[in-house]
Design a protein around this ligand. Structure first.
Ligand code: ADP
Length: 363
């Protein structure tokens, strides 16, 4: 639960010059198109960069202001917060920002106005909370197994914390589960405490679609902005090896994301896509008010029964939006050419300023 009161953020926001707002973020993840979109909508921009990592931002001329820090996590230091406030900054949170700033700091110490809902960031990060959001409105998710003895089909076994899918494995029986767990323990990949916290779920042999939505609080509408599928190491390299050689090399795959492909779904699936997007917005609204606010993502697998099954969500801009920095097939249908997720965020903030409703979309 956030200790920062909405009034504290509003106080900072009230002191801002609304004609001189800066869109700011941490230089990582999706910052290139967040800042580019902000510029296109006429905002000033600032990027907070870790020293030594500023090259792509300078080479792409990403921002008006470069705030250099020794390490990413310094973004929450009080001098950096003051600097951001002095620029009338609205910070756009993304995956790296959340990871480096830290959930506790975002909830309690970071008194810079942010776009989105800072409370919901914890809900996407903790598996049990994330699950609550999904089951509230009966969104189809992989079946969960509380006891490995109950394994009756292929399952994927996950360990706590996002570790890029390292060490995740597939098993089809209790025996196979035990064998693989012991193997991983003997290699030192997991500890006994990890075993207690294993998460076991149905393995969905389907195609991966990460669906990027934008929920406009101002219009009360869920927009489909784009889709990507993941390019993961080592699994996507491994499948380029013929099956018989895969057996020979006895290789343990990981699912570490290294890139994204843009993708579109067969059109008949779009009804489900809008349905689950609308449902997640409703459950978030009920469980973590003010709910979703802006970009969010559902990572799905589509099986051969044509079910869209959600295995993970992001309650903020997701990295896969980098696959449509110049707009996607879907954003084109809604907004015409060139609407990235970053630009859509900036457009919402610009509209809120015009309507004098900024405090409605800021936390
Ligand atoms: P993390 O959050 O640790 O990166 P994810 O839950 O996103 O882990 O899973 C990593 C990868 O594992 C996914 O991108 C997908 O390829 C695969 N995966 C995850 N859950 C399932 C599932 N239920 N069935 C099949 N594959 C899955």
């Amino acid at each position: 639960m956030s200790n920062l009161k909405k009034e504290e953020i509003n106080d900072v926001l009230n002191r801002y010059d609304k004609d001189g707002i800066t869109i700011a973020t941490l230089g990582s993840h999706t910052s290139l198109h967040i800042l580019n979109g902000a510029k296109e909508e006429g905002f000033k921009t600032a990027v907070v960069c870790e020293k030594g990592r500023e090259t792509p931002y300078k080479r792409f001329n990403a921002a008006d202001e470069y705030i250099l820090i020794d390490k990413f996590s310094d973004i929450v230091n009080s001098d950096i917060q003051k600097k951001l406030q002095s620029l009338n900054s609205i910070v756009i949170p993304h995956g790296s920002f959340v990871a480096y700033a830290g959930l506790d700091e975002i909830e309690n110490d970071f008194i810079v106005p942010m776009y989105g809902n800072r409370e919901i960031l914890r809900w996407e990060a903790e598996r049990d909370l994330e699950r609550k959001l999904l089951v509230e409105k009966n969104i189809r998710i992989p079946k969960k197994y509380d006891n490995p003895k109950d394994i009756d089909r292929s399952v994927i076994v996950k360990f706590p914390g996002a570790r890029g899918g390292r060490g995740y494995f597939v098993a089809s029986s209790h025996d196979e589960f035990n064998r693989k767990i012991n193997n991983m323990k003997s290699r030192g990949w997991i500890k006994d405490s990890d075993v207690e916290q294993t998460h076991i779920e149905e393995y969905v042999a389907g195609c991966n679609y990460c669906i990027h939505y934008f929920y406009s609080q101002l219009n009360d509408e869920v927009e489909l902005m784009g889709m990507d599928s993941r390019y993961e190491s080592s699994i996507d390299g491994l499948v380029r090896i013929p099956a018989k050689d895969q057996l020979d090399i006895n290789f343990d795959p990981s699912y570490l994301i290294t890139g994204n492909h843009p993708v579109v779904m067969r059109e008949s699936l779009l009804t489900q896509v809008f349905d689950i997007g609308d449902k997640l917005v409703k459950s978030a609204n009920k469980l973590v008010p003010p709910g979703l606010n802006g970009p969010f993502c559902m990572q799905t697998l589509v099986n051969d029964d044509l079910e869209v099954i959600v295995f993970e969500i992001s309650a903020r801009i997701d990295g896969g939006t980098n696959s449509f920095m110049n707009g996607s097939s879907y954003s084109y249908l809604k907004h015409g050419p060139g609407m990235s997720m970053g630009r859509r965020i900036a457009l919402e903030i610009k509209t809120a300023i015009e309507k004098r409703e900024l405090s409605k979309i800021i936390t």
